[in-house]
Design a binder for this molecule. Structure first.
Ligand SMILES: Cc1cc2nc3c(=O)[nH]c(=O)nc-3n(C[C@H](O)[C@H](O)[C@H](O)COP(=O)(O)OP(=O)(O)OC[C@H]3O[C@@H](n4cnc5c(N)ncnc54)[C@H](O)[C@@H]3O)c2cc1C
Length: 437
C-alpha cells in the first residue's frame, strides 16, 4: 500500500493553496476527480468563448493573499470597478438596492423609506435587549424594514436560496449584505449613491484565460497532483483512503476540500450520531447558463432580478470583465438559476431565461445567441439553519480526532469566497508543517 504524509482531496483553490504551501516542505499527494484543476474556479472553452461557473471575480481584502494571488497571476489581471444593478418595477437601479431607491416608482420608494424609518426606531428602542441570532427574514425586517424587504431582500433571497427564509439564519450575511445608515438611505432616495459600498466595490479578474488562470498558476508550482483520481472511500480509524485509478493509500493527515456532507458519506464506519447529523446538512443547487451572443450594448457587470416574473436571480455580462474571453464583436453572459432538492427542466428554463433577458432589454432577440453552455453546481450555497449550527461542531470534533482538516467553502460547509479559501489552505498547511509528528 502506498504511504504518504498528507493526502489532500480536491484540486480547487483550497486544495491547491494547501499543496502550494506544503511543496518542498512535507510529502503530500493532491488528488482530483476531474481531469483539470480549479473546482468551482475552473473555466471552459467553447468556440472562442471562455466560460466560468458564473462570475468568479477576485475580491482581495487581505494584504498577504492579495500579494500572493497577484504574483501568481503575473501581469495577467485587471482591477475593475464594480458596475452592477438591480432590475425591478421595469427599471434598473444601481446596486446595492437599499442605498439607491431613487429610480423606483414613488409608491415603492415611499414603502421602502417609511419601513426603514420604522425599523430604525424599533432597533434604537431595543438596542439593549438580548442579541439572539434571528432567522434571516426577521433579521432582514429588523434591519431594513417592510418596504425594502417587500421589494428586494425577501423575493431575491427566496429565489437564491429556494429555502424558507424563516428557517435560514442570518449568520452568513454579515460580510455580504451592506447595512445602510439613515443618511445613506435618505441620500439614496434622491440620487445615485457613492459606489464603493459593500464587500466587493472593485475586483480583479484575469485578462486572459478566465478564472482558470489562477488555479493553473498554482498548479505550475506543484509536483504531486493526480487527476482523474476520485476519493471513493475513507477509513479514519486506520487512516486509509481508497482512490479511483490509484488504489489504497495510507496517510498521516488528511486535508479535505470536497463538500463535507459528501465526504462524511464516504466514511463507512463513521459513528451513527455523525451520520445522522450529516444527513441534516442541506444545500442549494445552481444551474448556470453561459451564452455567447452578438455584441451587447452595455457596460454593466451583473444584474440582480428579485421579481418572480424572472426565473433567474442574477445575470452577468462576463465579456465586460475581459475583452479576451470571447471572439471579436461578440459578448458573453452567465445567467444563474437556483433550485433546492430537485433538478430543473433545462429546455423550459432556457426559454424562460431568454424571454426574461429580452423583456428587460439586455438581449434583443433569441437569434443573437451564438453559443451556449450549461454548467451545474450541485452544491452551490450551503444552508445556514439550526441543524447546521448543531451538526458542525460535532462533525468537526470527530474529524479533528482523526487528524482530518476539512476546509474551504464546502469542506468547511460555509459561505466563503476564493481569497478566503486560499488563505485557509495556506494556514492549514502551515499548521501541519508546524506539528512535530
Ligand atoms: C454561483 C457562485 C458564484 C461565486 N462567485 C464567486 C466570486 O465571484 N468570487 C469569489 O471569490 N468566490 C465566488 N464563489 C465561491 C468560490 O467558487 C469558492 O469559494 C471556491 O471556488 C471554493 O474552492 P474550494 O477549493 O474550497 O472548493 P471547490 O472549488 O469545490 O473544490 C473542490 C474540488 O474537489 C473535487 N472533488 C469533489 N469530489 C471529489 C472526490 N470524491 N475525489 C476527488 N476530488 C473531488 C472537485 O472536482 C473540486 O475540484 C462563487 C460560488 C458560487 C456557487
Amino acid at each position: 500500500m502506498k504511504k504518504i504524509d498528507i493526502l489532500i482531496i480536491g484540486a480547487g483553490l483550497s486544495g491547491l493553496s494547501a499543496a502550494f504551501k506544503l511543496q518542498g516542505k512535507k510529502e503530500y499527494l493532491l488528488i482530483e476527480k476531474e481531469n483539470k484543476a480549479g473546482g468551482l474556479a475552473a473555466s471552459f472553452k467553447k468556440n472562442g468563448f471562455t466560460f466560468d461557473f458564473s462570475g468568479h471575480l477576485l475580491h482581495l481584502h487581505d494584504k498577504k493573499s492579495k500579494s500572493l494571488i497577484l504574483r501568481l497571476l503575473k501581469k495577467n489581471y485587471s482591477l475593475i470597478k464594480r458596475n452592477s444593478q438591480i432590475y425591478s418595477h421595469g427599471v434598473f437601479s444601481p446596486y446595492p438596492f437599499q442605498f439607491n431607491l431613487f429610480n423606483l416608482p414613488p409608491k415603492a420608494r415611499k414603502e421602502c423609506i417609511s419601513g426603514f424609518i420604522k425599523a430604525y426606531e424599533k432597533r434604537l428602542k431595543n438596542k439593549s435587549k438580548s442579541k439572539t441570532i434571528l432567522n434571516f427574514k426577521n433579521w432582514s425586517l429588523s434591519v431594513f424594514g417592510e418596504g425594502i424587504n417587500k421589494h428586494f431582500m425577501l423575493p431575491y433571497n427566496s429565489k437564491l436560496w429556494q429555502y424558507s427564509l424563516e428557517k435560514l439564519n442570518s449568520q452568513w450575511c454579515a460580510p455580504f449584505v451592506p447595512v445602510p445608515k439613515m443618511e445613506d438611505i435618505i441620500e439614496g432616495v434622491y440620487s445615485r449613491q457613492k459606489e464603493n459600498i459593500g464587500y466587493n466595490p472593485a475586483f480583479y479578474y484575469p485578462k486572459i484565460g478566465g478564472i482558470q488562470t489562477l488555479s493553473d498558476a498554482f498548479l505550475k508550482h506543484l509536483k504531486n497532483v493526480n487527476f482523474n483520481a476520485e476519493l471513493i472511500g475513507i477509513n479514519p480509524q486506520n487512516k486509509t483512503a481508497t482512490i479511483k485509478n490509484i488504489g489504497k493509500i495510507k496517510y498521516k493527515r488528511l486535508i479535505n476540500t470536497i463538500g463535507l456532507k459528501h465526504f462524511i458519506e464516504k466514511i463507512n464506519d463513521a459513528p451513527l450520531k455523525i451520520k445522522k447529523l450529516n444527513k441534516t446538512l442541506k444545500y442549494t443547487t445552481v444551474y448556470v447558463l453561459n451564452i455567447g451572443t452578438k455584441k451587447i450594448n452595455s457596460d454593466k457587470h451583473w444584474t440582480y432580478f428579485p421579481e418572480k416574473g424572472f426565473k433567474f436571480y442574477r445575470a452577468g455580462i462576463s465579456s465586460n470583465f475581459s475583452k479576451h474571453i470571447m471572439p471579436k464583436n461578440t459578448s458573453s453572459m452567465y445567467i444563474e438559476v437556483s433550485t433546492y432538492g430537485k433538478p430543473i427542466n433545462i429546455e423550459k428554463t432556457e426559454k424562460e431565461i431568454v424571454k426574461g433577458l429580452i423583456k428587460c432589454g439586455i438581449l434583443k432577440s433569441p437569434k443573437d445567441i451564438i453559443e451556449k453552455m450549461w454548467l451545474k453546481i450541485e452544491c452551490a450555497y450551503v444552508i445556514y439553519d439550526k441543524e447546521r449550527t448543531k451538526a458542525l461542531p460535532e462533525i468537526f470534533a470527530y474529524l479533528k480526532k482523526h487528524h482530518i482538516h476539512s476546509i474551504g467553502r464546502y469542506g468547511g460547509w460555509k459561505y466563503s469566497f476564493m481569497e478566503e479559501n486560499i488563505t485557509e489552505g495556506i494556514e492549514t498547511a502551515q499548521q501541519i508543517i508546524s506539528y512535530k509528528r
